[in-house]
Design a protein. Structure first.
Length: 135
């Protein structure tokens, strides 16, 4: 199955949109309105199977919870990091590992960092998830 970047990204966005209250963007917007997920393609590796039949797409999904130091933002972050439940990023993305038939499989590899993100004069709490999609 040869993946199409737009279809994969749209399917990831649809999966994340199942998380109640989460806004989803396919690029870093000029204005941030937390809670928000931003999907970014990190890399594509071709020829993972004979005759180019499988590619590996790596995405970074940044989640912006709210202003730095806000307790509600920390609670939001905790719910996104949980293994399961309605707010779990891992559960939302891995619910359909074929991304509506656009991929062979996928895995949420890891959450790699919780850190501040400065945009303009505001500092937000953010975390990043690494996702690998085989398509």
């Amino acid at each position: 199955m040869a993946g199409n970047g737009s279809d994969l990204q749209n399917a990831l966005a649809a999966a994340l949109a199942t998380i109640p209250g989460l806004r989803v963007a396919d690029h870093l917007p000029e204005q941030v309105s937390p809670p928000m997920a931003v999907i970014q393609l990190q890399s594509v590796t071709y020829h993972r199977a004979m005759r180019g039949g499988l590619s590996e797409w790596r995405y970074v999904i940044s989640l912006i919870a709210g202003r730095m130091g806000d307790r509600a933002a920390q609670r939001q972050m905790d719910s996104w990091l949980s293994y399961g439940g309605p707010q779990s990023v891992r559960a939302a993305i891995e619910t359909d590992p074929t991304l509506d038939g656009n991929a062979s499989t996928l895995i949420v590899e890891e959450m790699v960092s919780v850190r501040p993100l400065s945009i303009g004069d505001a500092a937000y709490t953010t975390c990043e998830f690494n996702i690998t999609v085989h398509a």
